[in-house]
Design a protein around this ligand. Sequence first.
Ligand code: KG4
Ligand code: ZN
Length: 370
Amino acid sequence: MSETANAPGDIIRLAPGSVVMGIESSCDETGVGFVRVTDGAPELLGHALASSADEHARFGGVVPEIASRAHLQALVPTVHRAFDAAGIEQGEVDAIAVTAGPGLAGSLLVGLAAAKAYAAAWEVPLFGVNHLAGHVAADTLEHGPLPKPALALLVSGGHTQLLRVTSLAGDVPDAITELGTTIDDAAGEAYDKVARLLGLGYPGGPVIDTLAATGDPRAVDFPRGLTAAKDDAAHRSDFSFSGLKTAVARHVEALRRDGRAVPVEDICASFQEAVADVLTAKTVRAATDLGIGTVVVAGGVAANGRLRALAGERCAAAGLELRIPRIGLCTDNGAMIAAVGAHVAAVGAVASAPHLGADPGLPVEVVHAA
Ligand code: KG4
Ligand code: ZN
């Protein structure tokens, strides 16, 4: 249903009703999703996932070679499962979107190679898109178009950013601008590292989230990075989690040295409280500073129960609208990539060239890598 021709370099604009397939392979999840272009936000038709997280668990973090091989094995079966979930046929696909970055180079390449092969075989345009924009776009599948601008808190295993989002189509200057970022570890990385030092396996987020539910968040007063008055001028909207991770490590070491029991639930709850406190306080303050009325929380850590609850309380108190995708759409998936493709192609964009490469460090400002 594209309104124009389909050669590299042509402007492609997809009409409402068109179907976009999305392929995600930037880390340890192989995701394939289908969305339909509408006059508003894209509509989710269905998606499927395969994860290699279990294969990384004994290493305490993602092993790139293992992830790449797992993507290779999982990709085609995941495409078939996604077709089944969406209830559509191959002939109904009008465009393919694929994560071009950021992420692990080898993993990205598997998704890109598959996407290029499907695009060539089915004679449909290909759009390389930004994984980070995908996390924000996931929310539009559930809650409709974003107001312009919106403030996004993007919290994942590799990123912690405050973003001003004007367009998920990347069609205007400053469509997505970074207001702040972590100066060391990402929030999800802190979860994964704290889980490792507590012997809880990988990924750390879900298990800490569960254990924290029965712990006391006031048991240990862990530090809140970059919240002191002296940090305000240079780092008002930036984050730091490496000091928090070290504080948890020191606390656990001291307990073990003294031969005392390690109250894992209390430590998880106190650590989680520190993360959620800083993330929500800085997000609400940035929205208020900038006069932006809508906050979106996105990325894998947005699945966190305490973060969702505290963001809800603080946004309500500040009179801000809060949007968070449902938990299944927070962590990496193919539907979010299809959603960016649909946003991009609905307004019209140049299809990516067949030699489109993976960009492990693709900046968040680049929504669509032509
Ligand atoms: O967005 P994502 O799936 O992958 C990246 O783009 O990095 O995020 C993965 C991160 C991991 O660090 C994982 O521990 C964290 O999200 N995570 C959570 C939860 N579920 C996943 N962190 C806190 N609470 C959760 N429930
Ligand atoms: Zn992600």
